[in-house]
Design a protein around this ligand. Structure first.
Ligand SMILES: [Zn+2]
Ligand SMILES: [Zn+2]
Length: 226
């Protein structure tokens, strides 16, 4: 059972949110999944006869996305900036108050929008990041490199959304059962400790940059299992 201050915040948030229904939660999840998958499949379908050097765009994009995930989460999502204060408000003031370390799970599908990015974010990632970089790659490299960048970037975005979603499902749910998801979920639960959230475990997916920059938060002796 979530603590009283979390229950109170959740009640207020649900009352102010329109619509705050299970159907709206599932629609949001379906839109994020299908729109991202459509972008991945379309971009991948444009790739023809990849050369080895072109294929290196895939691991390169993966590492670049891991760095972006880390920097945006450590920066504007946890430190209020003049540019895009909405990131701090949605993440630190809302997501981290709705879900705390001892209350990580959604109570119903109506809570999914507090985990997922707003649907418009897909357009921001596609139009603001994936397409400009792809156009640059079309111009200075080859079409294959551009399409591989779009496919990998959108696949990474969806991986972020699905993993974060799995961490905030009830522990008994099917998606939260695998060993990998349980291990990553424990890391994210440590990040949901209010005393630690601004200091540790900024990677939501794979903790590569946390390891690289020395912000990997570990379970301590006085910790309960998250
Ligand atoms: Zn979270
Ligand atoms: Zn956070």
């Amino acid at each position: 059972m979530p603590p009283p201050h979390v229950l109170a915040f959740r009640g207020q948030d649900r009352a102010e949110r329109r619509p705050s229904t299970r159907a709206a939660g599932w629609t949001h999840f379906a839109f994020t999944s299908l729109a991202s998958l459509a972008a991945v499949v379309f971009a991948a379908s444009r790739v023809e006869r990849v050369r080895l050097l072109e294929a290196l765009v895939v691991p390169g994009t993966f590492l670049f996305a891991n760095l972006v995930e880390y920097l945006v989460h450590r920066g504007p999502m946890h430190r209020r900036k003049k540019l895009l204060p909405i990131l701090y408000e949605r993440h630190t003031l809302r997501h981290h108050r709705f879900f705390t370390r001892e209350a990580m799970a959604c109570e119903s599908a109506a809570d999914f929008p507090i985990v997922l990015f707003p649907p418009v974010m897909i357009l921001v990632v596609l139009g603001g990041v994936a397409l400009p970089v792809a156009l640059l790659l079309f111009a200075v490299a080859t079409p294959n490199t551009g399409w591989l960048f779009v496919a990998t970037a959108m696949a990474y975005f969806l991986t972020y959304e699905w993993l974060h979603f799995a961490y905030h499902l009830p522990e008994r749910s099917f998606l939260a059962q695998s060993r990998l998801v349980r291990a990553l979920r424990r890391r994210h639960a440590l990040h949901h400790d209010l005393g630690r959230m601004a200091h540790e475990n900024f990677n939501i997916t794979f903790p590569i940059c946390d390891w690289l920059f020395g912000t990997l938060g570990q379970q301590r002796n006085d910790d309960r299992d998250g």
